[in-house]
Design a protein. Structure first.
Length: 111
């Protein structure tokens, strides 16, 4: 009879362990999914910021010279965007912003 109690305790411990492991696995999966959603959302926000800069300083009919602060901001935004796995359209926007700055950099008149 003592042997039966021991087997029951071992089985109970095993079931508890399996339950805890399943709970941890679900929690990890949920946390990972939330982190991926946060990264995707942050990439979208950063890309939106690049697009706003692009509209003003590249797409406008007579775009103004790009201030140094805006260039720094575009660079910081792009670095964060790229570090989060963003590429493609955001990279294209960033490159066009940089080219526009270089194309108008000389002769800005404020030096």
């Amino acid at each position: 009879m003592t042997e039966g109690v021991l087997v029951a305790l071992i089985n109970a411990a095993a079931l508890i362990w399996v339950g805890v492991m399943q709970y941890r696995q679900r929690a990890t999966k949920t946390t990972r999914a939330k982190a991926q959603a946060m990264e995707a959302g942050m990439r979208a926000i950063l890309k939106s910021e690049l697009l706003a800069i692009h509209r003003v300083y590249v797409q406008a009919p007579s775009p103004p010279p790009i201030p140094v602060e805006v260039m720094d901001q575009a660079d910081q935004i792009y670095r964060a965007y790229h570090a989060l796995g963003g590429n493609g359209t955001g990279t294209h926007l960033y490159e066009e912003i940089m080219r526009a700055h270089l194309g108008r950099g000389e002769g800005g008149g404020d030096d």
